[in-house]
Ligand binder design. Structure first.
Ligand code: UD1
Ligand code: CA
Length: 444
């Protein structure tokens, strides 16, 4: 196990280009705020003490991130990345033996991977300054890594660089690991005499070199790991990369995807063996698809368990609290919510099954509705084993349909239906022989 590490997450930027009232770092990737991704990745590093530097809209950010162990520092006004980390310094110094290194991350760089960060932490060790850098064909806009005889000597920002420096293709991703004691020495000395009038965190590199400290570099496995989000277009691009990664991981586990570019997982999707997922399905929250499940096209499934060999969709919606047993069929335009359905039962067309307990081998006819809501309270419907429900039936809850019962098509069930009987509640059919259709009155 590694030493404990401080993690400073810069999240003070306003994010004007998002053109949104929502603070930038709360915009979601896969349904989770970008800042949440960064925090979750930081936690994978082991013992971490996380301090978030917030600014604009900060109260909303704090409310959204409820984990009790997070430390918060307000940066107001925002005078640069060096100034931002300086604000966090008291939180870092207060904790631990003072020996811990500090990792600087960004709330708007959501896809950074723990494996990359671990390499950077290892490179820094207990004595060095480690920078995460990348080589880009187009380095425009980034700080450049200046080397002399292969050794890093400083970072120069795009706006401060001369032509020769602008030609450097090795860029600063912004992510670094510094010894906390050294940060405490350097940060108060930063100046802002540069093109942007900001206190640059990047100026600590020259300070380290001046002290004779080793400055080392590590690189991300993929460049998208360090891409930041400043606009909705960049957010969408990273969302697609993230979803593609999830799809690759699912296929690696043996899941068959009709098209890995047409699945969205916003949460945790756990799959058994031989699961097939057709195009355009959305999974939210915690979803479990057990062995042999088939999800047909265009389904939306949230916080649900689908039992082995069950077939869902096309166009089905499983809402929270849905628990399906083995070989359950849920067909097109069927919505299930807070309901358990026992093995071999089917609801194949146009139905709503909410707040219900459904037994085994039940056939739910097309257009069946559990009327679970009386305008104030929710009530439960119980459908026992081997029930047959005719089409276009309303079950006004609370109500129980006894084992083996049959409900005639069009029934509005307001009282319990006894087992092994036919229950029908509709007007008897009549035919009037010789009845004539009305005809239009002739105009004079
Ligand atoms: C910074 C780096 C640059 C690097 C680039 C990578 C510095 C001086 N420059 O430049 O070398 O190539 O990132 O993207 O560090 N922030 C605060 N408070 C502040 C200023 C910034 O929290 O006072 C946060 C922002 O919300 C943002 C991040 O720090 O998430 C980076 O700030 P930004 O001003 O965008 O840095 P760059 O100019 O891109
Ligand atoms: Ca800037």
């Amino acid at each position: 196990m590694h030493n404990a590490i401080n993690v400073v997450i810069l999240a003070a930027g306003q994010g004007k280009r998002m053109r949104s009232d929502l603070p930038k770092v709360l915009h979601p990737i896969a349904g989770k705020p970008m800042l949440g991704h960064v925090i979750d990745t930081a936690r994978q590093l082991g013992t971490v003490r996380i301090c978030v530097v917030y600014g604009h809209g900060g109260e909303r950010v704090r409310e959204a991130m409820t984990a009790a162990d997070l430390r918060w520092t307000k940066q107001e006004p925002q005078l640069g990345t060096g100034h931002a980390v300086l604000q966090a310094l008291p939180e870092l110094e207060k904790v631990g033996a003072g020996k811990a290194a500090s990792l600087v991350l960004y709330g708007d760089v959501p896809l950074i991977r723990a494996s990359t960060l671990q390499r950077l932490i290892d490179a820094a060790g207990d004595t060095k300054l480690a920078l995460l850098t990348a080589h880009l064909d187009d380095p425009h806009g980034y700080g450049r890594i200046v080397r002399v005889d292969h050794k890093v000597t400083r970072i120069v920002e795009e706006k401060d660089a001369d032509d020769a420096e602008r030609a450097i293709q090795e860029i600063n991703t912004g992510i670094l690991v510094a010894q906390t004691e050294a940060l405490a020495r350097w940060l108060p000395q930063l100046g802002n005499r540069n093109a942007q009038g900001e206190y640059y965190l990047t100026d600590i590199v020259a300070m380290a070199v001046a002290e004779g400290m080793d400055v080392v570099t590590a690189h991300p496995d993929a460049n998208w790991e360090t891409d930041g989000v400043n606009s909705k277009a960049q957010l969408a691009r990273l969302e697609r990369i993230h979803q593609r990664n999830i799809a690759e991981a699912l296929m690696e586990q043996g899941v068959t995807l009709a098209d890995p570019d047409r699945i969205d997982v916003r949460g945790e999707l756990v799959c058994g063996r031989d699961v097939f997922i057709d195009v355009n399905c959305v999974f939210e929250g915690c979803v479990e698809l057990q062995d042999g499940v088939r999800i047909n096209a265009n389904c939306v499934i949230q916080d649900a368990v689908v039992g082995p060999k069950s077939i869902i969709g096309p166009f089905a919606r499983l809402r929270p609290g849905t628990v399906l047993a083995e070989d359950v069929h849920i067909g097109n335009f069927v919505e299930v919510k807070n309901a358990t359905i026992a093995p071999h039962s089917k609801a194949n067309h146009l139905a709503y099954i909410g707040d219900a307990t459904v037994g085994s081998r039940v056939n739910v006819g097309a257009g069946t509705i559990t009327c679970n809501y009386d305008g104030a309270n929710k009530h439960r419907t119980i459908i026992e084993d081997d029930v047959f429900i005719g089409s276009d039936t309303q079950l006004v809850a609370p109500v129980t349909v006894g084992k083996g019962a049959t409900l005639g098509a069009g029934t509005t069930l307001t009282k319990d239906a006894p087992p092994d009987s036919l229950t029908v509640s509709r007007a008897r059919q009549v035919s009037l022989a010789g009845w004539k259709r009305p005809v239009k009155a002739k105009k004079e």
